[in-house]
Design a protein around this ligand. Sequence first.
Ligand code: PLP
Length: 236
Amino acid sequence: MSDLQQQLATNLDSVKQRIEAAAQRSGRSGEAVQLVAVCKYVSSDITAALVSAGCQHVGENRPQQLWDKQETLADADIHWHMIGHLQRNKVQRTVRSLTMLHAGDSIRLLKAVQQAVADRQERLPVLLQINISGEPSKHGFAPTEIASHMEEIAQFEGLSVHGLMTMATLGANEDDTRRDFERLRQLRDQLETNCPDTMQLNELSMGMSGDFELAIEEGATLVRVGSALFEGISTG
Ligand SMILES: *Cc1c(COP(=O)(O)O)cnc(C)c1O
């Protein structure tokens, strides 16, 4: 094994162990939490090495980078997640071969995605991004407005809503970060009481390198981890 592969395997193992431990603290098994490796910092080669180390779910936050890697790594068995804001003119190409869109952050975008997948057999899995912190720099539905959009979103027949996604307040302390995640879970629970039949809200995509354990303790089912997987690796 090369040094790179050795280091990636060590990092992946450590993140997986931390996921397992946090899942147990929330009364779940580690298998209830899917690791999405955010590879936006690294090349296709390093992404491929991480996939061989045993992480098949890869997240990208920029469409161009997603497309480039999908092309370069076309032969690898990878489930692609789009985790960043998507402009409507990039939808068509992005949804071509996507496992899940995490950043369903506006009705306008969801409408464009619906149009792009309308002639498909299978619905595209999407998450509704919630701006839980209310920071103006962040995309997403306001927690107070999402309930009023659920019926409309349920009309998008090409989409299959699986849950919610959020990011915690930038630079917040541990207690406040935990509260953000707790609020997303509570919002989900509240939406579930009046959820259109075609939707499921099982998935909570929350938690990054600095806070994924807190997120799991608060119910995350998908964690989007980048830098923790690439510690000690030159990403240039
Ligand atoms: C970059 C990114 C992550 C991963 O961040 P790390 O702190 O490097 O783990 C997760 N989610 C989104 C939306 C991102 O853009």
